[in-house]
Design a protein around this ligand. Structure first.
Ligand SMILES: [Fe+2]
Length: 168
C-alpha cells in the first residue's frame, strides 16, 4: 500500500493548507463584519473550529513523517489574503462572503470524504476518526450557510436600498 500511503499524505498536506487558508480568510471576514451579528458570531465560532482542524491535521502529518510544506502553506495564506482584499473592493462584500463560504465548506466536505475513504483503506482508524469529527463541523457550517443565504441576502438588499451600511 505504498502508493495509497503516498496519496494519503499528499491529500492530508493539501487539507492542512486548505484549513490554514480558511483560517486566514475567516479571520479577515470576522474582523470586517459590522452589521450582521449572527454571521459574525457563527464565523468566529468556525474560525476557532478551523484553527483546531489545522492543528489536528498538523499532528497527523507529523506522525506520517510528511510535515506541512511551508511554501504551500504560505501560498495558501497569500491567496486567502488576496481573496479577502478582493472582497473589500465590492459593494456587496457580505454576499460574496456568503457564496464563497458556502462553496468553500463544500470543498472541505469533499476533501474530508476523500480522506475518510483513504484512511479506511489504510486501516488508519485514528486518522479516520479525526476526519469524521472535522467533517461533522464542516457539514454544520455548510448547513448554516444554506439556512441563512436567503435571509441575509434580503437584509443586505433592504439595507442597500435605504443607503444604510449593507456591504459588511
Ligand atoms: Fe470549514
Amino acid at each position: 500500500m505504498t502508493h495509497a500511503r503516498d496519496n494519503f499524505v499528499a491529500w492530508l498536506r493539501n487539507a492542512h493548507a486548505m484549513e490554514e487558508q480558511a483560517a486566514t480568510l475567516l479571520a479577515a471576514q470576522v474582523k470586517r463584519i459590522e452589521t450582521y451579528p449572527d454571521l459574525k458570531a457563527r464565523l468566529s465560532q468556525h474560525l476557532e473550529e478551523t484553527r483546531v482542524h489545522a492543528e489536528l491535521l498538523k499532528d497527523l502529518l507529523d506522525k506520517s513523517s510528511g510535515s506541512a510544506s511551508p511554501i504551500r502553506t504560505a501560498a495558501a495564506r497569500l491567496s486567502a489574503a488576496t481573496q479577502g482584499i478582493t472582497g473589500m473592493l465590492t459593494h456587496d462584500e457580505v454576499v460574496k462572503d456568503l457564496t464563497s463560504g458556502y462553496a468553500f465548506e463544500h470543498l472541505e466536505i469533499g476533501t474530508y470524504r476523500v480522506l475518510i475513504a483513504a484512511a479506511d483503506e489504510l486501516g488508519d482508524d485514528e486518522a479516520r476518526l479525526v476526519f469524521e469529527r472535522i467533517l461533522g463541523e464542516e457539514e454544520k457550517m455548510a448547513q448554516w450557510f444554506g439556512d441563512h443565504l436567503d435571509g441575509l441576502t434580503r437584509i443586505f438588499l433592504m439595507r442597500d436600498e435605504r443607503d444604510l451600511l449593507a456591504k459588511r
